[in-house]
Design a protein around this ligand. Structure first.
Ligand SMILES: Nc1ncnc2c1ncn2[C@@H]1O[C@H](COP(=O)(O)OP(=O)(O)O)[C@@H](O)[C@H]1O
Ligand SMILES: [Mg+2]
Length: 329
């Protein structure tokens, strides 16, 4: 006992006299534990958030709410909870529909929600953007069970229903026939019961495929690009959404509008922001998605921006958007 007391006293004295010696002694200890620490970080589902810079960590409370919201969504007991089904739509092309669908899906999946991304666009950008090949024939056309057609992605808990580029399939799927639309809707919804959240990436049109997606969804999310003709054509889009909402079989609500490719250096961006918020009010998300090169690079690596560049401004914005989406439920 006396010798232990003596050693502790000597070590204390040493620490006071040679503070650097303690740092040197600590190095092997840190090195020994480093691989285990890195492994724990890599295996943790939420390591992306740990990798975010401090500005994102400031939102620790929001993140806590985000995660607890997701847990509330998860199924418990035998009664399946109806998934939230988001239709990401805008009849304009190039406004950020696919980018928003892919990154929101990834963010929600990383947070713990069992998520399905449905690629309904014959361009199949959501499919290739997640590093998967388009299917030879669309599962909706040959009425194969959705569960069999779904594939896992690199992001844990994110599944994908891939799209098809087959001209025959596109022709069949876009036939303006109310019976076919009802059949497609039933078939599509039949595959959703295993998921907490489903996102449908729509083609840039107001045709039958977009209408089927709208009538299969519980919320419509509309990305608007901050550019000159941002609001042009939105009245037709809103008219179609209203039409679908009036159908008694539809559960559709207005989920929200997200401003994409936001450029803080452009006066035009602020003008569009003001105009959109004046017109649509509170349904416009507070979070805006900045124009960020990482966002446009990520699909060429077959990844969401949250997986590809978790520290980027684009990734942080999509994480913020995920939180807002969950808070709005
Ligand atoms: N926030 C962003 N920053 C930079 N590029 C973006 C951003 N959002 C989308 N893009 C790019 O803009 C293009 C169109 O986006 P996309 O999501 O495919 O639009 P849509 O699905 O509406 O046609 C793509 O090349 C995409 O990489
Ligand atoms: Mg697209």
């Amino acid at each position: 006992m006396a010798s232990l007391t003596l050693r502790v006293t000597i070590l204390h004295a040493l620490r006071k006299a040679h503070p650097t010696a303690w740092v040197i002694r600590a190095i092997p200890l840190v090195l020994a534990y480093l691989p285990a620490l890195l492994r724990a970080l890599r295996d943790s589902q939420n390591w992306h958030f740990l990798a975010l810079p401090p500005v994102a960590r400031i939102h620790a409370n929001a993140r806590k709410r985000y995660l607890s919201n997701v847990r509330l969504l998860s199924r418990s007991g035998k009664e399946p909870i109806m998934a939230r089904i988001f239709c990401v739509a805008n009849q304009k092309g190039g406004v950020g529909k696919t980018t928003t669908a892919v990154n929101l899906a990834a963010g929600l999946a990383i947070s713990g929600a069992q998520t399905l991304l449905v690629d309904l666009d014959p361009q199949c950008n959501a499919t290739t953007g997640l590093g998967k090949p388009p299917t030879a024939s669309h599962p909706l056309v040959h009425c194969a069970p959705i569960r069999q057609a779904v594939c896992h992605t690199e992001t844990p808990q994110l599944d994908l229903l891939p799209g098809s580029r087959s001209f025959r399939d596109v022709e069949l799927l876009t036939r303006d026939d109310p019976h076919q639309s009802a059949r497609l809707r039933e078939h599509l919804i039949s595959g959703f019961s295993a998921y907490d959240i489903v996102l449908i990436d729509c083609p840039p049109s107001l045709g039958p495929l977009t209408r089927t997606a709208l009538s299969s969804s519980s919320e419509v999310m509309m990305p608007i690009q901050c550019e000159y003709f941002a609001m042009e054509g939105l009245t037709q889009m809103i008219a179609v959404i209203r039409e679908v909402m009036q159908d008694p079989a539809s559960q559709l609500q207005f989920g929200g509008i997200v401003l994409t490719m936001y450029d803080h250096t452009l006066e035009l961006t602020y003008e569009v922001d003001e105009e959109v918020r004046d017109f649509f009010g509170e349904i416009v998300f507070q979070t805006v998605i900045p124009r960020d090169v990482a966002v446009s690079e990520a699909p060429s690596h077959g990844k969401s921006v949250i997986d590809y560049a978790p520290r980027s401004r684009g990734a942080r914005a999509y994480v913020e958007l995920c939180m807002e989406v969950l808070e709005r439920e």
